[in-house]
Write a protein that binds this ligand. Sequence first.
Ligand code: ATP
Ligand code: MG
Length: 565
Amino acid sequence: MKLSNYYMPTLREVPSDAEIASHQLLLRGGMIRKSATGIYTYLPLGYRVIRKIEAIVREEMERAGSLEILMSALQPKEIWEQSGRWSVYGPEMFKLKDRNQREFCLGPTAEEYFTSLVKDEVRSYKQLPLNIYQIQTKYRDEKRPRFGLNRAREFSMKDAYTFDTNEETMVKSYENMYQAYERIFDRLHLDYRIVLGDSGAMGGSSSHEFIALSETGEGVICFTKDGKFAATDEKAPVYYQAPPEEDAKSLEKVETPKLSTIEDISSYLKVDKKRCAKAVDLLIDQEPTIVFIPGDRELNVIKLAAYAQVPEHAIEKMDDETIVACGSYPGFTGPMDLKDTRIIIDSSLTHINNLVVGANEADYHYINACYGRDFEGEVAEDLLTIQAGDKTEDGEDLLFRRGIEVGNIFQLGTKYSEALHATYLDENGKEQFFYMGSYGVGITRTVTAIVEQNHDDHGIIWPLDLAPYQVIITIVQTKDQDQVDLGEKIYNDLEDKGIQVLLDDRKERAGVKFNDRDLIGIPLRITVGKKASEGIVEYSTRKEMENKDLPVEEALSEILTICQK
Ligand code: ATP
Ligand code: MG
């Protein structure tokens, strides 16, 4: 393609709402454009990258025995009601009505839809196992759309679903997809880790997440040095190190004027933060609930949602009025004498004597409170967010890194088949529920992960097989006919050899062309300049950016060798 006739609206300025490198560079490189919050248009260069990623995903899915289909983005309400997710999915789901008032959603995922398809078509165990997938636009009205394609409201996802006759073969299908995912993300040149995931709204038993390492990632993962243990911070179990044991002392109420933070209380009373119970005032499904955890920790809302068996969005902050109605006072909440309030206590606190707890009145705390003797409540095993310094169950150190979740696989068991009454007939003619798995790859999010891992101050550095084009030829001076002729000749030669090539024949200053070339990150480059008449060009790679003068033929053969590897 010739850039003189291309649609590549590069920007010199960094768009003000783009916070991370990939978002900035994809916008600046003229690869995407925002059309509304979290909704993007993929422009020619960007769309070529997406199609290359799709091609790799398709190849590996086919290799794994998965069959591509395409279902509608519009899904009927009924199937979501059957699974219970019409309400569970919450405000993230885009809902709409047709002219007859029939309700639909724009699919955020498609477990129900695929189950309903297979339910009507697959009748016999002889037709199983089945592995089908689609690459389809998904819609989620994210609470905080940001980072461009990374957390969008409309995005492309590859979603696959497996159907098996029993748990054992379901696990086999899962392992098969696990390996396909390893091949996919290897081929996408991502530096990633596979971690135990949270099953969250999907339900089911086991899940793994594929996390591309990046400091800009929204997720945190922790792992042991040998990689044997790896989990997201949403899922990682916390083995809390309690403070030294103490004999129980007698409960005492103390004045703590205006001291409502753990920090203040701990330093004022000279009590280790671990002994200061932190109260988190919440509404769970509208029910006033106070959760108590050690003062040096953060509550893990996902663990709490799993414990309370509610979706995450059913957990909200409690307002001050309700705190007062519970018989407490904001900032001074404790577990004693609360009215009509659910009390959930992280199990770690039940092993720590002499706690500091709020006295449920302004400016007062109790010291030396002990679980069982002074207060009680529901005890939840582990509601804590993992943090630096924590260790595994065996006392091994944990490393922490940030990352971008690019893929997620789930063992679903019979959750959806039971909910949708999706059965097949077994060898004995008996109806059985399908054992299912579901498997997602964020196609468009992957683009952001690739750019996060492959860029420098000048722009994107695409890996060769993901780049929108493999080669760019820059004609330095379009008024110089020798340069134009040679540029076009090289362009035609490369095109003839099946190389994907851009010819920058724009009537722009050389500096503009060089900057654009660095920005859009085409891996292999030829500059046709002053020495064109001698048949000499400059050759460089985007990664190294070191120009060397080469006779045209040598430059061409260098490029062919690299591209045909
Ligand atoms: P997250 O925790 O980041 O919200 P998720 O757990 O909701 O992700 P899944 O439901 O497992 O994501 O979706 C499968 C894949 O789709 C994810 O691994 C991710 O790559 C991609 N994805 C999910 N939400 C978005 C989004 N808002 N924008 C772009 N890609 C997304
Ligand atoms: Mg999500």
